[in-house]
Design a protein. Structure first.
Length: 753
């Protein structure tokens, strides 16, 4: 079979297993599928191996909870837990519940459980707000509140509906999840692969919002809903400085490189995908489980490798030892762990019965993630119990790190189980079980459970600089709920004088949340000693540009930041400049670019801001001759500089504005840059035009004759010939067809053909 279709079919068979193969054989379940027994809560900690210097405590377990998948502490330390008892095939029974856990004696262990809300179908997310709870239960996001104080929700109001409504059937492992509080005083959530087109039932004037491939956030006061970059599966987290992280089954830690709104401004330029893998050891990295491989998993892998069953052949045909069930990525932001653990990432692998840790380090304008030196061949936490299923995590009021263990015998997606295996497996086994663990350092001293619901607004302001993120975020949320304007002077004082950079950052955003942020506040923050504060101040400066026109003072301050020592500040500035209308704007954008030309992200930020000014930017960058690696240099262009000029030319063509195109034609009149010529032609083609239509003076005429010579020259560089061929492709068949057809012979390099 030598056709393209045949080759494609072979490739599919290699990936999925041969779909034309025989049915998997019947198996002797008693002999080939021995079951591992559950471990009771009193013995659970004995099965767990954790990094030296740390301990694991059982904070809650069955019968208080069953099948927990999400949790949220309220302002008084009560823990609300989302129970997905109907996982994975009992959605129609509406067995899901929200339970409220309380520690009545203050010993650090929850001893009281009550049902706050029930009759839910596949609930997967929850967040405490204004004395109630937002709960994600596809297709809805529902608000529950206990009105009469009996501990059970009386109010049940659907706020948004439509999650998953574009799918014929719902993927149980691709449901919306992970509601979290952001620095921006908004609640953020992961839409996950089921997607959906949401109807806002609480903000009647909002049009339906398409969230396929996109996550979301909303204002809990107005309920206005907004899209943001998505692509993750189960898990979402911010670090202390507001960078957002996600995870998927075999992509265990990813970060977002920019806000969605910046990708939607320049319609002539397609930004690179915002969600990027950051681990140095790869998305589906090696993991080191302590538990034995489940027999069914071994058999299924064997069948897939042999072609007896369909499905991806992962890990080189191994049944385990790599990320396949990555979930719940959470950044540690507490104050209980030793120095060096702040902003570490923790990811569960539910299939491997372990919790993986990554150090997250700056990398150009992004970050990279790596194993700690002393955890190269061992996990931060792992259990020998195959029922241990870490699916979510939380930073607690005590500074400790909390782990949700769904505790199921089998957590595998039912669609991925061959029927010959599935009929022998009990997918409901353990749905009445579940644990929540507290991870603490040795010699941990537990503090009293906070009662922030009773705190004065003045006391909450002081907590904005607390070392523990739970205190900062909960104080921010409560202040936002109360909208107590009497604390504005104290918040402003904190934003200017707190010794904690995090305190200044939270206070600045709190001023915004109280509708009290002023341009003066932003101007002060733009010269803050901490780069992260300056970066956020640049973003917030966009609120003070009526019709895109900042004041002279604000513009002067923003201009100066193109020389900021922090590339992250310059990166944000490059995005923010796209909101500015000022005669000097493009020159400042160019200064941002020249700070980090090799970075595709800096180039992308600049290009996203060029819905206007492409010709001016082309004139500036095509003539720039400063020396140095990665710059536009006197004797030609670096590869990154060349790519940038080509992107500019493509945008100029797509925008099809004579004044912008003129700058490119002027450059081409004095050069033989086939790449730029091709890019301009490509852009014009997208706009429904052509080089012939715009080049009235014949500036590009010589290019085509030169391109024909190079394309036919067997001694010329292959890449140069490819560029020449692409250029000829912009002409007509009558002009170049014969010459191009001559290149389709086996003597030519494959790239040329």
């Amino acid at each position: 079979m030598t056709t393209k279709f045949g080759l494609a079919l072979v490739a599919v068979c290699l990936f999925l297993g041969n779909p034309l193969s025989a049915t998997p054989p019947e198996i002797d379940a008693a002999k080939e599928l021995p079951r591992f027994p559950a471990v009771e809560p009193k013995d659970a900690v004995k099965t767990i191996q954790i990094k030296k210097g740390f301990q694991v405590e059982v904070a809650a377990s069955e019968p208080l909870i069953g099948s927990p998948v999400a949790m949220c502490f309220d302002e008084n330390g009560r823990l609300f837990v989302c129970e997905m008892i109907d996982y994975s095939e009992r959605r129609d029974e509406h067995l899901g519940k929200i339970v409220m856990l309380e520690d009545t004696d203050g010993d650090g262990k929850f001893d009281k459980s009550s049902i706050f809300a029930d009759n839910l179908a596949w609930p997967t997310a929850l967040f405490c707000y204004d004395g109630g709870l937002y709960v994600g239960s596809t297709p809805d996001l529902i608000y529950f509140k206990d009105i009469d104080g009996d501990g059970k929700a009386d109010l049940r109001k659907v706020i948004y509906t439509g999650f998953g409504n574009t799918k014929d059937r719902l993927n149980v492992q691709a449901l919306m999840n992970t509601l979290i509080w952001g620095l921006d005083n908004r609640i953020h959530g992961a839409t996950a692969p089921n997607g959906g087109v949401l109807t806002n039932l609480a903000f009647k004037t909002q049009k339906p919002l398409d969230l396929r491939t996109r996550d979301f956030y909303f204002d809990p006061r107005s309920h206005e809903l907004f899209p943001e970059n998505g692509g993750g599966q189960h898990g979402l987290s911010f670090d202390t400085w507001g960078r957002r992280y996600a995870t998927s089954n075999s992509r265990h830690i990813m970060s977002y490189m920019y806000d969605a709104k910046y990708a939607e401004r320049n319609l002539s330029y397609a930004m690179p995908g915002a969600l990027v893998d950051i681990p140095v050891d790869g998305p589906a990295a090696e993991v080191y489980r302590l538990s034995p491989e489940e027999p069914w998993r071994v058999i299924r892998t064997k069948w897939r490798v042999s072609g007896a069953a369909s499905g991806p052949i992962e890990g080189g045909g191994r049944a385990s030892g790599y990320f396949t069930g990555a979930t719940g990525v959470t950044i540690y932001k507490g104050d209980a762990f030793p120095e060096g653990f702040l902003n570490n990432a923790f990811i569960g692998d539910a299939g491997g019965n372990l919790v993986h840790r990554k150090l997250v380090k700056p990398n150009d304008v992004g970050v990279t993630a790596m194993r700690p030196d002393d955890e190269q061949k061992v996990e931060f936490l792992a259990s020998s119990d195959t029922w241990f299923r870490p699916v979510q995590f939380a930073n607690g009021p005590d500074g400790a790190f909390y782990v949700i263990d769904m505790y199921r015998e089998v957590i595998e997606h039912p669609w991925s189980l061959p029927e010959q295996l599935k009929k022998h497996i009990d997918l409901n086994s353990g749905n009445n079980r579940g644990r929540i663990y507290r991870v603490v350092p040795d010699n941990f001293k537990r503090r009293a459970t906070p009662q922030l619901g009773k705190a004065s607004s003045a006391d909450l302001v002081k907590l904005l600089e607390h070392a523990n993120s739970w205190h900062r975020e909960t104080a921010s949320r409560l202040l936002f709920e109360r909208q107590d304007k009497s604390v504005v002077p104290a918040v402003r004082d904190l934003s200017e004088h707190s010794k904690s950079a995090l305190g200044r950052l939270h206070a600045m955003w709190m001023l915004d949340g109280l509708s009290a942020l002023t341009e003066k506040d932003v101007l002060t923050a733009l010269v803050d000693a901490d780069a992260h504060v300056r970066e956020h101040a640049v973003k917030l400066s966009e609120k003070f540009m009526p019709a895109g026109k900042p004041s002279e003072a604000l513009w002067s301050r923003l201009q100066s930041l193109s020389n900021d020592p922090s590339l992250e500040v310059v990166y944000q500035l490059a995005f923010t400049l796209g909101e500015v209308k000022n005669a000097e704007r493009t020159k400042v954008l160019a200064q941002c670019l020249f700070r980090d030309v090799p970075s595709q992200w800096m180039r992308a930020a600049v290009l996203s801001s060029l819905s206007e000014g492409v010709g001016e930017m082309f004139a500036i960058t095509s003539k720039h001759k400063a020396g140095g690696e990665g710059w536009f240099v006197a004797n030609g262009l670096s590869q990154s500089g060349k790519e940038f000029l080509e992107d500019l030319a493509r945008i100029a063509g797509a925008q099809n504005r004579p004044s912008e195109i003129a700058a490119v034609l002027e450059y081409l009149d004095k050069s033989t840059d086939f790449g730029v010529m091709n890019a301009l032609g490509d852009g014009l083609k997208r706009a429904g035009s052509s080089l012939g239509n715009v080049d009235k003076n014949g500036s590009t005429k010589n290019f085509f004759s030169k391109a024909a010579e190079i394309a036919a020259d067997t001694k010329a560089d292959a890449d140069a010939r490819v560029n020449a061929i692409q250029l000829l492709g912009l002409t007509t068949f009558e002009t170049s067809g014969a010459a191009l057809l001559n290149l389709l012979n086996l003597k030519e390099p494959q790239s040329v053909q």
